[in-house]
Ligand binder design. Structure first.
Ligand code: MG
Length: 382
């Protein structure tokens, strides 16, 4: 169990839940980072007394520094600040709850310091999975997934040899528009897209869940985390979100992890692993569970999932370009500057037009990420 953590992205949904878990389990919060929500950040900082706080946005950092001038909290800014928070000597674990590829460099810096990574930032593995996993292996840094599906697979594989795994059964609820054809979704609003039936999450990931791009990103994430190929992962639609994912072993046995759909559970396990602690979360009541149903994904209706699985097979910078393009497109959609169905168009078009580099170095990945963002802004914003 970790003693002291740095929370990157502390004002987001996962960041706030991480702080709640830390307070419940008595884990010290040594560093916080946020982008620009400094009111919430100040409230958190005054309550938790971290040694260091970084604000990514330079202007917001200046304002925050003035706001906490009466405390002894050190304040940093920009990427340098994020990296300092990720490598703070006092922290033995870094929770990467930032959204987007901004999480990549701090994660690598934390790995170099052999910190445990409680990984909640999908883009890190989607964009640079080969580099990040190789570095973690080389340095002996643990990566413990926070994403509920990957936490489930991680738990199902605990204590098992690599040779026992036949395939990963990655479950997904199908989101709020499950079964709907593309033509029916033409006029979907941001409010409709972020209303997830089971999970309460931030806006970006909620839209990704609606398009099922989220499951596609998780597919790529799972490949890297568990060193498997695309053929070793099967996506299964399970609308109730009670089973959080499963593994099939070589003898045909299937092991599943079940629980209430609350991100606090995988967050807590990522911090207390290999131990478990009593938690504050509600329990599954099997006598009130009605149906647990399962179906295959319909790729015609979920082209984003298909695109992500294709990019997983292509490899190189393809997943990064797709993910960055999707991130920008979702941002435009949330600001009502792009139609819902155009999110897929933007991501698919970026993969085609920006091009793919095989076996990229980190700088090539960051360049591909920037090129994909610029491409979508130029060609898809109204
Ligand atoms: Mg998930």
């Amino acid at each position: 169990m970790v003693k002291s953590i740095s929370v990157l992205g502390c004002t987001g949904s996962i960041g706030r839940q991480t702080i709640a878990v830390a307070e419940h389990t008595g884990i010290r919060v040594a560093a916080l980072t946020a982008n620009r929500k400094i009111d919430m950040l100040e409230e958190q900082a005054r309550r938790l007394h971290p040694a260091f706080v970084a604000v990514y946005d330079e202007e917001a950092a200046k304002a925050f520094k003035i706001a906490v001038a009466d405390t002894d909290i050190r304040v940093g800014s920009g990427m340098e600040g994020l990296i300092e928070a990720a490598t703070l000597e006092e922290s033995d674990c870094v929770v990467t709850a930032v959204s987007g590829s901004v999480g990549l460099k701090p994660t690598l810096a934390a790995i170099d310091e052999k910190k445990r990574i409680a990984l909640a930032n999908k883009e890190t593995l989607v964009c640079a999975g080969d580099i990040v996993m190789a570095r973690a292996k080389e340095k002996g840094a643990e990566i413990v997934p926070v994403d509920s599906e990957h936490s489930a697979v991680f738990q199902c594989l605990m204590g098992r040899g690599k040779g026992e795994l036949k395939k990963i059964l990655l479950t997904g609820s199908g989101g709020p528009f499950r079964g709907k054809a593309r033509a029916e979704l033409e006029n979907v609003t941001p409010e409709q897209a972020v209303a997830h039936p089971n999970w309460s999450m931030g806006a970006k990931i909620s839209v990704d869940s609606a398009t099922m791009m989220n499951k596609g990103l998780e597919f790529i994430e799972a490949m890297h985390l568990f060193s498997v190929t695309p053929d070793d992962i099967q996506v299964v639609i399970h609308p109730q979100s009670v089973i959080h994912s499963m593994v099939e072993l070589i003898d045909g046995t299937v092991i599943a992890q079940l629980g209430v759909p609350d991100m606090g559970l995988p967050i807590q396990l990522a911090l207390t692993y290999p131990q478990r602690c009593p938690s504050m979360f509600s329990r599954l009541d099997f006598t009130s569970l009605k149906d647990l149903s399962f179906e295959a994904p319909d790729f015609e209706k979920t082209p984003c999932l298909k695109l992500a699985m294709d990019c997983a097979r292509t490899g190189g910078t393809a997943p990064c370009v797709m993910s960055a393009a999707n991130e920008v497109a979702v941002g435009l959609f949330l600001r009502r500057q792009l139609g819902y169905n155009r999110i897929y168009d933007a991501a698919a078009s970026a993969v085609e037009k920006v091009g793919v580099v095989k076996a990229p170095a980190l700088e090539t990945i960051l360049a591909a990420d920037a090129a994909a963002r610029a491409y979508v802004l130029e060609n898809f914003s109204k």
